[in-house]
Design a protein around this ligand. Sequence first.
Ligand code: GDD
Ligand code: MN
Length: 398
Amino acid sequence: MPSYDLCIVIPTLNERENIALLLEKLRFTLHDIRYEVIVVDDDSPDGTAAAVKTLSRTQSDLHVIHRIGRRGLASACIEGMLATSATYIAVMDADLQHDETVLPEMVRRIASENLDLVVGSRNIGGGSMGDFSTWRVRLSRLGRRLSGVEKHAVLTDPMSGFFVVRRTFFEQIAHRLTGIGFKILLDIVLSAQGQIRIGEVPYHFRLRQHGQSKLDLIVGLEYLELILDKFIGSYISVRFVMFCLVGAIGTVIHLLLLGGLLDLARFSFIESQASATGIVMILNYVLNNSFTYRDRRRRGTAFWFGMLTFSIACSLGGVANVLISGEAFRQGMPWPLAGITGLLFSAVWNYGVTAMTTWRRARRSAAQRAERRAQATALPESKDAEIQPSVPAIDTNR
Ligand code: GDD
Ligand code: MN
């Protein structure tokens, strides 16, 4: 078995048209470096994994980690990075936006200056954002300020998804990574305790040739989640905070609806309160299903069944809320305190119960899993792209 100096981890989601070209370019640029490539694909509908597997049949230094039922750029990178024993690990996008020709310089720097990390930067002399849209440039700057990363290290482009790390350094901090969202580099830097030796190499960010960017609203929210997790994650679950946030939004909407139904629609109080409760319950379910539990999102019939269990759990929580706060009030607790006690109880109850019912992770018995595996491998090779195993829900957030 050869030992590699460099492993290039490439996360992919629908990059079928880009990946082969990138691999070719790497071969051309890195001719005198011993390297391997690990592509981490999240079961791209366009068949990226199958395409790379076909190539790897003739290239022993090309590997695929084909993940099913998982999503997330950061967690994909981490998994790829943990799968190698090479001395240095590079992470780069598949879409040719990262300039592969600076890789040899990055490797030279990390080795000769004994650094932990070398980052491809668009913000130092000789680098640029290319034709990145202005809102993305602004977003990138905002993210940088928000993270407080400037305090941690000399890093001009912490949003960069293009960098090389020393494997031993990465493994030291790997257990502390959150693995949430898009910002793997930031995750690494914020997770490193003590001094971290960083170098930067400029490059020009290129335009995407094929396919689309996956950066969207959810990714923005995930970014906030990552920052939140870094600051409060060891004390309280970020998922719980998000659940409460959704609850708080629901409460505001509830009050608006209640007022509207009473004043404008001239419903009775009971009718208004009942309608508002029903609507907000559904809204909360949809929001939690889309954001708080997006990694275990329920779709199709599971969506409707989930709405049912969510409603039942939260109704019980509501009843308990009223009973507990009522009792506390009777015992002489001031009303705001009694009200908050009831609310807190139902928040914890609703979160706990829906985590175990509505968004419980699907588990299969070992026998069922073995049977599925046998079925999958029994299919002929050429059918690779058509195998659609049902999705085992695995938690991407740790
Ligand atoms: N496995 C996996 N899973 N790969 C993913 C996922 C995912 O959920 N989401 C995106 N990718 C892959 C894409 O296929 C691509 O190879 C790479 O990750 C980057 O995704 P893009 O969708 O091209 O990101 P971008 O161009 O908008 O963002 C770039 O600029 C940011 C800086 O502002 C990336 O370089 C980011 O890493 C960088 O932070
Ligand atoms: Mn891109």
